[in-house]
Design a protein. Structure first.
Length: 299
C-alpha cells in the first residue's frame, strides 16, 4: 500500500519540483544500473516446500514458529513485505521470545514511520538478547528517523565502538552528526576514517563523503570492479542511497528524488539502503512541499 501511494506521489513530486523555473540539467541521465534482482528458482521451490510443510498437523508451536519465521524471511527477500510481516507476527504469536523476529518487525515499523512501535520492538530484542548484532544499530537508525538525534547518537556510537572498521557504522554516525553538530560532522568522519583499516568496500563511500573521491569516480569504480550482477546491484544500491542522503540534506530535492529511485531500482530488498529509500522518498516529498512554495514565490 505504501509503495502504491509513493508511486503516485512521486509523479506529483516531479511536477512540483519542476516548479515555475527551468530545472537544472540532471547528472543522472544515463546512470549505471544492474539487472534488478528477481526471485530465484531456489527461493520459489523453498516457498513451495514451506507451504506444503505448513499443511501438516503434527508440528508443535516452536516448530511452527520457526517455519513461519523462515517463510517470512523468504517473503522479505523477494520484496513481499506485507506477507513477510504477517508471517513474522504469526511466528511471534506462537513463540513470543524471539529477538530476531522483534528486530525485523522493528525495521518494518521504522520503514512505515511507526517509530514508537519500532523503539519498543528493538527494546524487546535487546531485553531478550543484549548482544544482538543489529538491534542497537537499528534502534539508532529508528531514533534518527524519529528526530531523536541525541538518543540515536548514543546507540550508534556504542555500536561503532564495537567495530571501528565497519564503514556503515561510521556513515550512520555521520548522518546523525549532521543533524546534531553539522559544523564538526565532517571532521569527525575524517578522524574515524583515518583510524580504520579501510578494508571494506564501503569505505569508498566514506571517501566520497570527505571529498577524496568524486561521485563519478565512485560509480566508475563500482562498474569496473563488480565481479557479477549481484555485486553491481548491491554496491549501486548503497552508493545511490548515500549519495541521495547528502543531496537531500542540502535540499537538492530533484537530485535526491532521482537517486532514491535509483537505489530502489536493483530490487536489493534485504539491504537497509533499499528498505529506507521509500521512507526517505516520503520524507523528501513532505519537505519539498513546504520548501517549494517559497522557491516558487521567488521565481
Amino acid at each position: 500500500m505504501i509503495a502504491n501511494r509513493l508511486t503516485i506521489a512521486c509523479v506529483a513530486m516531479i511536477m512540483v519540483l519542476a516548479g515555475c523555473t527551468a530545472a537544472p540539467q540532471s547528472n543522472w541521465t544515463n546512470p549505471p544500473l544492474a539487472v534488478p534482482f528477481q526471485p530465484t528458482i531456489q527461493q520459489q521451490i523453498q516457498l513451495a516446500r514451506i507451504d506444503q510443510l505448513l499443511k501438516r498437523n503434527d508440528l508443535n508451536d516452536d516448530t511452527l514458529a520457526q517455519v513461519y519465521y523462515e517463510r517470512g524471511l523468504l517473503h522479505d527477500s523477494i520484496g513481499l513485505r506485507d506477507l513477510a510481516r504477517l508471517d513474522f507476527n504469526q511466528s511471534l504469536s506462537l513463540k513470543p521470545d524471539q529477538p530476531d523476529v522483534f528486530n525485523i518487525l522493528g525495521v518494518y515499523f521504522t520503514q512505515s514511520a511507526h517509530f514508537d512501535a519500532a523503539y519498543e520492538a528493538f527494546d524487546s530484542t535487546l531485553e531478550l538478547n543484549i548482544s544482538h548484532p543489529f538491534a542497537q544499530r537499528n534502534r539508532g537508525i529508528a531514533l534518527y528517523y524519529g528526530g531523536r538525534y541525541e538518543l540515536a547518537h548514543e546507540d550508534l556510537i556504542a555500536h561503532y565502538q564495537q567495530n571501528v572498521n565497519d564503514p556503515y557504522r561510521v556513515i550512520w554516525l555521520y548522518l546523525v552528526d549532521l543533524e546534531r553538530e553539522p559544523e564538526t560532522a565532517k571532521d569527525k568522519l575524517k578522524r574515524r576514517y583515518d583510524v580504520s583499516d579501510k578494508q571494506d568496500w564501503g569505505w569508498q563511500i566514506v571517501r566520497m563523503y570527505i571529498g577524496e573521491l568524486t561521485e563519478s569516480e565512485l560509480l566508475a569504480q563500482i562498474t569496473a570492479e563488480s565481479e557479477d550482477n549481484d555485486m553491481l546491484a548491491q554496491r549501486l544500491t548503497e552508493a545511490y542511497f548515500y549519495m541521495a542522503k547528502l543531496y537531500h540534506y542540502n535540499k537538492d530535492f530533484q537530485a535526491a528524488l532521482m537517486l532514491y529511485k535509483l537505489a530502489l531500482a536493483g530490487n536489493v530488498y534485504e539491504f537497509v539502503e533499499h528498505r529506507f529509500s521509500l521512507l526517505e522518498l516520503s520524507r523528501l516529498m513532505a519537505e519539498a512541499s513546504v520548501e517549494q512554495p517559497v522557491a516558487a514565490g521567488d521565481s
